[in-house]
Design a protein around this ligand. Structure first.
Ligand code: URA
Length: 215
């Protein structure tokens, strides 16, 4: 359990393309899908497995590995920015069930720092979650973590076996907030960025992931 920082060169190579403001919409979305697939494979490598034995076409037995939880995955798409990330995750977990959560910032009077802005879940549609399921919540950019906190509360009420966050960039503020309140979940991310600006963007970040993917 904990934070899995996916900082191997291929992850960072694709993230660098995403951070680059010269990267156009198509290449941006493709990069998100590629990272989703790679993050999915990394998550799969951290699921429980058992040693099994099968018979090959040659009629001999061979020892192998079985990850039973591959068939117990639920992927939750935090709309809309996570959609290309989910497309990639589904390549790693083709049998996954899927849910969606949409959130929006609540209007507040006066100037309020982004870390204190309230977020409401405006739409949520999740499949039936069983006690043996592993829920992967996908959100490419976790800034203040306000949306993620709400998503975690919603998902935790369903009592899955394990909750995993799949992300590209998490702010230091956001990751601290999540770990403090949910110490038992796992966070897979490619980068932890140091700052948030006054508009709630992660710095250096990659801009607005939704706008850059969808135009
Ligand atoms: N969401 C984004 O898309 N980018 C940020 O920097 C923060 C939240």
């Amino acid at each position: 359990m904990g934070v899995f920082l996916l900082d191997k060169p291929l992850f960072l190579h694709i993230l660098t393309q995403l951070r680059n403001r010269e990267t156009d919409q198509i290449m941006f979305r493709k990069g998100m899908v590629r990272l989703g697939r790679l993050i999915g494979y990394d998550i799969a490598n951290h699921l429980d497995f058992e040693i099994t034995e099968i018979i090959t076409p040659l009629g001999v037995s061979a020892k192998g590995v079985l990850i039973r939880d591959m068939d117990n995955i639920v992927i939750v798409n935090i709309l809309r920015a996570a959609t290309p990330l989910v497309e990639g995750l589904l390549k790693a977990f083709p049998a996954a069930k899927q849910g969606v959560i949409a959130a929006s910032r609540r209007e507040v009077q006066g100037s309020v720092p982004p870390t204190q802005m309230e977020v409401d879940i405006t739409y949520s549609k999740l499949p039936k979650v069983n006690k043996e399921d592993i829920v992967i919540i996908a959100d490419p950019m976790i800034a203040t973590a306000s949306t993620m906190m709400k998503a975690l509360r919603t998902v935790s009420l369903l009592n899955p076996k394990r909750v995993i966050i799949a992300s590209l960039i998490v702010s230091e503020y956001g990751i601290t907030r999540i770990i403090n309140e949910y110490p038992n979940i796992d966070i897979f991310t490619v980068s932890i960025d140091p700052q948030l600006n006054n508009n709630g963007y992660i710095v250096p970040g990659l801009g607005d992931a939704g706008d850059r993917s969808f135009g």
